[in-house]
Design a protein around this ligand. Structure first.
Ligand SMILES: [Zn+2]
Length: 381
């Protein structure tokens, strides 16, 4: 992507690769302003947080009395969910622990999941996705040229988690989502992974395979059924404690024998490839920027350290060549085919059918339902 003059926020490291970014007179971006005005007000990395968290957990335990589980927790093998699982064990919760295997787990992720489960004494429920379906959908997404190539995995994760919860009568999702490391994300970069209309449209145009076990969750299920009729709630405990990812990892290494992924290795090989190569190459998006911007606003690193981090390469050349071969082979593509799909120009999600128009109607219906019920329900409480 050609960028004219790249303007960078004077407080964080977000820049004009976010086409919707705005700067105030001090050169501070809208993400930082939003952090100060809104996000920081629902963030409690202090004693108050502990009191609030204890109260919420007490409620969850009361609701779950007599049931096999009192909440559900998705385990990816990453630090956030691993640390969360260990902490929730300390708080005495009895989660239904689910891992969704979409075919891209690194060996280390499998090992780390085992360590967590062993340490906590939890029983692990692994949902293995139908690989032929996942593969066909992923190739269809690559052919579509849209930015959010993690849609196929992310959507599968949430819809499986919700289905597991409903099947077991669990009403609370315990999520590792957190303000400290991921409060900032530019909306202009990605379309929601929860949009089933979008997934079906791309499958129809580029894949056209029958989805049997991969069941996209509809907009009605996501915005009306689960929050209002089923009354699913989400709790993000990491927002109620001092969560520092580096310290959390050290704790996991010392306590449970967790192993570090290394600087650029993640729990999913595809996600790593997508974030460190596909997005920067095709769209000019560097996901390290919103992550580092979040850490700066959370007071965990300085802007200087973040800028130095961004100067490092996204991939070592040898590792990149290896990963291109690995991803191509796994998706039954030749290396040339995969490179062709990456080197062609990016396409906006809005070129394909999506939920945008319905979303507006849904939001109005939601507001009416909330008025009727006299309560507010948030997808991301
Ligand atoms: Zn900023």
């Amino acid at each position: 992507m050609s960028s004219k003059t790249n303007k960078v926020c004077t407080r964080c490291v977000m820049d004009t690769t976010d086409t919707e970014i705005l700067f105030n007179e001090k050169g501070i971006c809208n993400h930082c302003v939003e952090f100060d005005d809104i996000t920081s007000k629902r963030w409690f990395p202090n004693e108050e947080g502990e009191t609030l968290l204890k109260a919420r957990i007490k409620l969850i335990k009361r609701e779950g009395k007599g049931k096999e589980y009192d909440c559900i927790l998705g385990l990816s093998g990453g630090i956030d969910s691993a640390y969360l699982a260990v902490k929730m064990k300390e708080y005495g919760l009895r989660p239904l622990v689910v891992h969704v295997d979409a075919g891209w787990n690194s060996e280390l992720a499998v090992y780390n999941i085992e360590q967590v489960v062993k340490y906590c004494g939890y029983e692990l429920h692994t949902h293995v996705m139908d690989w032929e379906e996942v593969k066909a959908l992923q190739v269809a997404f690559l052919k579509s040229g849209v930015a959010n190539q993690d849609t196929v995995q992310d959507h599968a994760y949430f819809s499986s988690l919700y289905q597991f919860a409903a099947k077991n009568g669990v009403k609370t999702v315990i999520s590792g989502g957190n303000i400290a490391t991921e409060s900032i994300f530019p909306g202009s970069w990605h379309h929601s992974a929860m949009d089933a209309i979008h997934i079906n449209a791309i499958n129809k145009q580029f894949g056209d395979i029958k989805l049997k076990s991969y069941k996209p969750m509809s907009i009605l299920q996501y915005y009306l059924f689960y929050p209002y009729i089923y009354r699913m709630k989400t709790l993000r405990p990491l927002n109620f404690m001092h969560y520092d990812k580096t310290k959390a990892m050290q704790y996991l290494i010392d306590e449970i024998g967790y192993k570090e992924y290394g600087r650029k290795h993640g729990e999913s090989v595809f996600t790593k490839f997508f974030q460190n190569y596909y997005l920067p190459k095709k769209f000019g998006y560097d996901k390290r920027k919103p992550h580092l911007a979040s850490l700066i606003n959370a007071g965990q690193i300085s802007r200087e350290v973040a800028l130095a981090e961004l100067d490092k390469p996204l991939y070592e050349e040898k590792e990149l060549l290896q990963d291109i071969q690995y991803v191509a082979k796994k998706l039954d593509l030749t290396v040339d085919e995969l490179n062709g799909l990456i080197n062609s120009s990016g396409v906006s999600y809005s070129n394909y059918k999506n939920w945008d128009s319905r979303y507006k109607i849904l939001k109005k219906v939601q507001a009416k339902v909330e008025k009727l019920l006299g309560r507010e329900v948030k997808q991301y409480a």
